[in-house]
Design a protein around this ligand. Structure first.
Ligand SMILES: Cc1cc2nc3c(=O)[nH]c(=O)nc-3n(C[C@H](O)[C@H](O)[C@H](O)COP(=O)(O)OP(=O)(O)OC[C@H]3O[C@@H](n4cnc5c(N)ncnc54)[C@H](O)[C@@H]3O)c2cc1C
Length: 401
């Protein structure tokens, strides 16, 4: 991975696009714009390959974006395929649902995506961005910690994940508070699990705990809490995690027959496509988790982060082709039209799954009804709108399915 430190050469001239943050959103946007022939500078404050706290699960929507970008095969070659989930309700009702996931540690995925951006022609540098401004000519001026010389660009994408300091200074943050917090660690165990395991134990709601197999006896084990406001700040993830490994039989067994390899590490999540101004400011827009592109309830966000990146890259490419200052306002309409509906659907799932009794009822029905299990598989595979299943009418119909 070639990620030199920022040099004076980066500060000479004007880049077409500056992209801050090389997570899935930033790297995918950089690859897309560079492939369109744009001069792109991609910056990240961490030296790659780097760790990122995540569940490491790529859902079908993420695989579809990778497929469209021509990267699915490369990712599949190093990932571990999983073809189903075991979901446990608060009363321990278990439902098994089919669905194709690819497990890949973010250290490897993010390095692969950054490498793909470099191969498409983007310049990737190690730098921590401190300031981002729009000058009188409508261009972007960026200050980094490593040099006093400013970097200039015609457009900029902020892809800094749940860290929204930069866009906050531009007045683009409507809600500073994260939507939730999550933590994970890696475990090696002799226990063989070949499904993703989700546990909606009562004490985890609103949220869940998970065991995700990465292959060869390695597991990503963690918990996520969407408790609101003050509760988010006071949620004690290590207590949540201990309850899981102490009280949930599969997790206890996993630990008993193995060893915890890494400390529990936590991170914030921003969900619901809310919390930030989608229209950005002139030639600057934010993408990925910075604009809340992670789904509520599931906490799955890699696919959406990349999708928001491709949409923004298209908007930048079009705007740069027009004369005059670059204006990216149309990104708001583009992303709302393409993605908002899906978020509404996940909000409807949230209403059902975050209440213990409704969660028991839904998973009880799923455990008994083949029709519902098939419908759930189709939701996971992004083939039907979840609202066609998460309704009293659909669940009632399932009594005969
Ligand atoms: C515990 C946990 C489990 C999760 N599990 C899953 C899962 O299994 N599947 C899934 O799809 N999603 C999961 N998510 C959500 C997923 O991690 C995010 O949706 C995704 O990482 C968002 O990608 P991004 O590119 O927007 O931001 P990020 O991946 O967070 O990347 C942001 C990048 O910006 C860089 N950066 C930040 N500030 C600056 C700065 N000032 N200057 C330069 N660089 C900067 C950072 O170093 C980082 O590399 C999980 C999240 C958590 C917290």
């Amino acid at each position: 991975m070639d990620q030199p430190a920022i040099s004076d050469g980066c500060c000479a001239g004007v880049w077409d696009a500056l992209i801050i943050g090389a997570g899935p959103a930033g790297s995918m946007a950089a690859r897309h714009l560079a492939a369109c022939g744009r001069r792109v500078l991609l910056l990240d404050r961490s030296r790659f390959p780097r760790e990122k706290v995540c569940g490491d699960a790529l859902a079908p929507d993420a695989l579809a974006v990778l497929q469209r970008a021509g990267l699915a095969e490369r990712v599949q070659r190093i990932g571990h395929g999983v073809d189903g989930l075991r979901v446990f309700s608060p009363s321990q009702i278990e439902a098994e649902i089919r669905g194709s996931f690819l497990m890949l540690r973010r250290r490897a995925l993010d390095a692969l995506l950054a490498q793909a951006a470099i191969e498409a022609g983007a310049s990737f540098r190690l730098a921590e961005v401190r300031t981002l401004e729009i000058d009188s000519g409508g261009q972007v001026t960026c200050g980094v910690a490593e040099t006093e010389r400013p970097i200039r660009a015609r457009a900029a994408l902020v892809a800094t994940g749940a860290n929204v300091c930069l866009i906050d200074r531009l007045g683009l943050v409507a809600r500073r508070q994260a939507s939730g917090i999550a933590a994970r660690c890696y475990v090696r165990s002799a226990l063989q699990l070949d499904h993703l395991v989700f546990s909606f134990e009562r004490s985890a709601l609103p949220g869940y705990r998970w065991i995700f197999p990465l292959g060869q006896g390695l597991y990503n084990v963690g918990c996520i809490s969407f408790a609101r406001t003050k509760a988010v700040r006071s949620t004690n993830l290590s207590r949540m995690f201990s309850k899981f490994t102490g009280g949930f039989p599969l997790a206890s067994e996993l630990i008993r027959r193995g060893e915890v390899l890494t400390p529990l590490r936590g991170a914030r999540v921003r969900t619901g496509l809310t919390g930030a101004e989608l229209a950005g400011r002139g030639p600057i827009v934010a993408i990925g988790e910075s604009i809340g592109s992670t789904f509520p309830v599931s906490g799955e966000g890699v696919g959406n982060a990349m999708e928001s990146a491709v949409l923004a890259a298209d908007v930048i490419h079009e705007a740069l082709s027009c004369p005059g200052a670059c204006d990216l306002q149309s990104f708001a309409t583009r992303i709302t039209t393409t993605m908002r509906q899906r978020f509404r659907s996940y909000e409807s799932i949230e209403r059902w799954m975050c209440k213990p009794r409704l969660n028991d009822f839904v998973l009880g029905r799923v455990a008994k009804s083949r029709m519902l299990r098939q419908a759930f598989s189709r939701i996971i595979n992004d083939q039907i709108d979840p609202r066609s299943v998460f309704s009293y009418r659909a669940l009632w119909r399932s009594l005969w399915g």
